[in-house]
Design a protein around this ligand. Sequence first.
Ligand code: DX5
Ligand code: ZN
Length: 229
Amino acid sequence: MQSTVIAPSILSANFARLGEEVDNVLKAGADWVHFDVMDNHYVPNLTIGPMVCEALRKHGVTAPIDVHLMVEPVDRIVPDFAKAGASLISFHPEASAHVHRTVQLIKSHGCQAGVVLNPATPIDVLDWVLEDLDMVLLMSVNPGFGGQSFIPSALEKLRRVREKIDATGKPIRLEIDGGVKADNIGEIAAAGADTFVAGSAIFNAPGSDQRGYADVIARMKDAVAKVRG
Ligand code: DX5
Ligand code: ZN
């Protein structure tokens, strides 16, 4: 079983003091940094790119940076993120003409590779590529914005992808992204997720400081531990 990972999405952080926000959330117990890249084309929003990833590394961030690409095309930007210090790079299969090739491209640049499924994307897109992946990311909201509500059908989808992953016998992570809160993370873990993205639930915690972040992350970890041990 993969260890539990809490990956705060910096989409909901205060961008005016991003380095400090990332330091605070990691000191508060976060495991990874979830880095949402939006291009105003694949999704109707525009966020941050490789320069910001590199800036976080230069700032001293050593935790894994989990880059979630919501961009089209995908391949051109992959080497830039690898160079900028990304640890994992995940992409949406709808945005790549050659999904298998993109997975190999990410790995050839020394990063772990993930495929992201939107709420309405069927899971059979995983069939011929799953064993090459380090992670499957299921969206439990439509990509583009933080602060949306968890779409309940993601629970059944998690169970089905969990079965597929277990059948491979490989250490492939199952990550969930969108609407994850301290009060629903337990049932999300029970459905099979091991890696949990949370943006607004963490960064909008009372105080928006290290103490507030630590409180939410601890509550999330407790709820997951009750289910996963
Ligand atoms: C949405 C992003 C998410 C988002 C999650 O497109 O991929 O990572 O920041 O935010 P919350 O946790 O607020 O739903
Ligand atoms: Zn994301």
